[in-house]
Design a protein around this ligand. Sequence first.
Ligand code: KG4
Ligand code: ZN
Length: 338
Amino acid sequence: MNILGIESSCDETSIAILNDGNVKTNLIASQHFHNKFGGVIPELSSRAHLQQIIPLIKQSLLETKIELEDLDLICATAGPGLIGALLVGLTFGKSLSLSLNKPFVPVNHIEGHIFSGFLMKEKPKYPFLSIVVSGGHTLLLLVKSEFEIIKLGSTIDDALGEAFDKVSKMIGLGYPGGPLIQEAAVKGDEDIFNFPIAKTKGKYDFSFSGLKTSVLRTIQKLSNEREITETEKNNIATSFQKAAVGAIINRVMLVLNEIKVNSISLVGGVAANKKLRDEIKLIGEKFKISVVIPKIEYCGDNAAMIAFRGYQYHKAGKKFNLNSNAYPSLPFETFNEM
Ligand code: KG4
Ligand code: ZN
């Protein structure tokens, strides 16, 4: 079965073709022009998706030597995300489904991330602990089966990726902040500044706003009479990264001490972070549990994960009509109930 995946929820236009569960191509066009604005400008994002989507479809067919008519299933992200951006990919997917007379599956972007570990050779084993860390979400989930996801904890304020982005902006590194903080962190000393790991009411929840404020206060103090130095920036970046990663590790340990799982899967844009990847791998060794972290290409937003999740729904016999809508926020398994 040839499955087309379409992802356009934020600032990546992505088109993938899977043959059953195997990725044939996963093309990603990132909208780097947002960097100069320090964040994603929604209208510009929609327009860029509109320009990118057809060239990417053409390229994906050319690369895989698959004809448009040979596509068997069309899957597109329906939310959560920027509404205008979502509408581009979703409308394109539905129109393609109508013209080819092939089934269409709307896909929840977060569910795409949760199951992205299945794109790897070694797959998560149920029940698994899913750690979803992206620009919009920070979640700890117990995934019992394909359609049984239990939320254990989440952030009560900023998402982890958002905290990386904001701290990066504060120290003048730019956007997106995650990779820039990681790069600066390598050059710094993580023990110079001691940033806090917040306590939360819910034992598996997260809070990153206090950490962000603490970084801000430090910068304000240092830059009272002069510009902060390159060394200070690097030290702040690495100390922040230590605290942010520490918060995730702290909650993951709590979960593993109380709930038995067969795998840990770290997913989402921030799963590209080397320190976080390394520390989660160490936890896996400590608890003797397999760890599945997708390769970098499948950590950030990509259409391969959307095609895979859509394929799971299709195989489970779920049918969708073409009236489905786009949703800026969308709880998991919404489509499971349709
Ligand atoms: O999953 P994603 O591509 O988009 C959303 O669905 O949000 O995640 C984007 C987030 C951004 O906040 C970005 O700064 C962060 O992932 N990110 C990283 C790294 N690479 C991307 N954060 C920390 N370290 C990285 N290496
Ligand atoms: Zn994402």
